[in-house]
Design a protein around this ligand. Sequence first.
Ligand SMILES: CC(C)CCOP(=O)(O)OP(=O)(O)O
Ligand SMILES: [Mg+2]
Length: 240
Amino acid sequence: GLKRELMPKHVAIIMDGNRRWAKNRGLPVQLGHKAGEEVMKRIAVKCSELGVKVLTVFAFSTENWVRPQEEVGFLMKLFEQVIQTDFNDFIRHDMQISIIGDKSRLPKSLQSLITTAEESSKSNKGMRLFIALNYSGRYDITQATKKIASKVRDGILSAQDIDEGTFDQHLETSKIDFPNPDLLIRTSGELRLSNFMLWQIAYTELLFVEKLFPEFNEGDLLEALRSFQRRQRRYGGTQV
Ligand SMILES: CC(C)CCOP(=O)(O)OP(=O)(O)O
Ligand SMILES: [Mg+2]
């Protein structure tokens, strides 16, 4: 069974397979995304109950803009529902909600809902929920670099003082106790990172599962966590 003391502090999930799930059932893609959103809500609550400290879910990548207009429009409306309605479930578990990604390209209505959700949950003490919207690992590293370069220009930082910690402090997952995921789960059988948190996952255990995200349930989450707990993490160290 699961040991609480071996629970990963930070779990990240690439929620993939919504459209295939819909297609397999002859449903419109929108219902695949809707089904995925229901699963995300249940998995977030389960992670919180299991004592996970940080959960990061990849909900929309910078590459997803190329999708058909009606699908992107539907997804943006769905994200508004997540941070307006699902939000009530999240705060019932005292979760702190943060959106990571380039918010400037999101609809204005979504941007203001994000501000409200982040503001009203920022002093909560429960699990930290990061929802990655219009996010990518390369975007995150680039924005951190810009912030660091500005500080060097303004004399706040000297170039030789820049170290790995400097980046940890300027990425969008900074300012939390567990910025780097211990476990990254990707559903739908795809074996790639799709430009997710590239810097943060340097030592993250990767787990690829066949199930499409809408099929991923609490049992699959427990199995993923058991698989993580069975792994011996060496961080490149000498211990065998
Ligand atoms: C927007 C994103 C979370 C949706 C994930 O599922 P997907 O639309 O990539 O579905 P497919 O991989 O089946 O095309
Ligand atoms: Mg996909």
